[in-house]
Write a protein that binds this ligand. Structure first.
Ligand code: ATP
Ligand code: MG
Ligand code: FE
Length: 339
């Protein structure tokens, strides 16, 4: 079984072909980061235009690298949402055109299901499974009892983890995207400032990062007025330890509470070295299996979309030819439907 995946939800134009749900045959990502850098974030109009320019080239390269043609493909899967509407539309239309003209099944995939399934390209899932999704737009704890089943047991009430990284990076005048840079600085600094940890109500698996972001801004502002100087490395280390403490502790509590067999971490922030090592330490003595995708599969790519799409394909999901971009697509509703 060969599945084609297409992903254009944000600022990466990506296509991939995977075999039997778990093996990458080719995986091409054209990043637009350079075009958005000078604006300090993703500009939707620029993103759409880049996708239009890149999508055909990226698809051609994906087939060339695989040594396959559309005749070999069993299904075309594409990120349907959530994301930027203009960006999503480019991928959805490319997928529809390819699938329709070659008479192949078309399947819409939820972007976060994709981030989760990036892990299945590494190792088979074991249920019940708990996914910690930490990306640019999402911070969620998701319980899965079987393939294609997603139950959100906790989510952020304000900023996503990646968003907090990017905003703090901007405050420190670091280039976009700031997450990797803060991660690097954190390793050269010490956690000297005791920033707040948002535990929220007893037993809650929700997250909140906007208070932490404000605390960083206020600390820098007050220090400046007092003529005190903090090293960026120490700010980064202090901020990172606050984020990581809460992510790790809540994931651990949920894993225990739901008798989880496997914990997986997904999304761009799963690339974070501090998070990876703290998770490894916390789950070291446990019978729970802990898994991270390789760094290249943490951020947006289409292999993860094909991996989630392969499951949907085998469960009989088929999209109609009027499949549309769905910028606010809900994960639990997506899990429930059959098209
Ligand atoms: P979503 O998946 O929620 O729609 P997105 O696709 O924009 O959002 P991803 O591509 O999954 O997000 O991840 C990008 C985010 O990951 C950015 O916020 C970036 O700063 C963050 N990130 C990447 N590497 C690291 C790292 N090493 N440490 C912390 N954050 C990181
Ligand atoms: Mg991105
Ligand atoms: Fe993403």
């Amino acid at each position: 079984e060969y599945i084609l995946g297409i992903e254009t939800s944000c600022d990466e134009t990506a296509a991939a072909i995977i075999k039997d749900g778990r093996e990458i045959v080719s995986n091409v990502v054209a990043s637009q980061i350079e075009s958005h850098k000078r604006f300090g974030g993703v500009v939707p109009e620029i993103a759409s235009r880049h996708h239009v320019e890149q999508v055909t080239l990226v698809l051609e390269e994906t087939f060339a690298k695989a040594g396959l043609t559309m005749d070999d493909i069993d299904a075309v899967t594409v990120t349907e949402g959530p994301g930027l509407v203009g960006a999503l539309l480019v991928g959805v239309n490319a997928a529809k055109a390819l699938a329709f003209s070659h008479n192949k099944p078309l399947i819409g995939v939820h972007h976060i299901a994709g981030h989760i399934y990036a892990n299945r390209l590494v190792k088979e899932f074991e249920f019940p499974l708990l996914a910690l999704v930490v990306s640019g737009g999402h911070t969620e704890l998701i319980l899965m009892k079987e393939h294609g089943d997603f139950n959100i047991i906790g989510e952020t009430r304000d900023d996503a983890a990646g968003e907090a990284y990017d905003k703090v990076a901007r405050t420190l005048n670091l280039p976009y995207p700031g997450g990797p840079k803060i991660d690097q600085l954190a390793h050269e600094g010490n956690s000297v400032i005791d920033f707040p940890r948002a535990w929220l109500e007893e037993g809650s698996y929700d997250f909140s990062f906007s208070g932490l972001k404000s605390a960083v801004i206020n600390t820098l502002h007050n220090a400046k007025q007092r003529g005190q100087v903090y090293r960026n490395e120490d700010i980064a280390a202090s901020f990172q330890s606050s984020v990581v403490d809460v992510l790790v502790e809540k994931t651990y509590r949920a894993a225990k509470n739901y008798d989880i067999k496997q914990v997986i971490v997904a999304g761009g922030v799963a690339a974070n070295k501090g998070l990876r090592s703290a998770m490894e330490t916390k789950f070291d003595d446990e019978a729970i299996d802990l898994m991270f995708p390789p760094i290249s599969l943490c951020t947006d790519n289409a292999a993860m979309i094909a991996a989630a799409g392969s499951i949907a394909f085998n469960q009989g999901h088929r999209a109609a030819w009027d499949l549309n971009a769905s910028p606010g697509l809900d994960l639990e509703r997506y899990a429930q439907r059959k098209n």
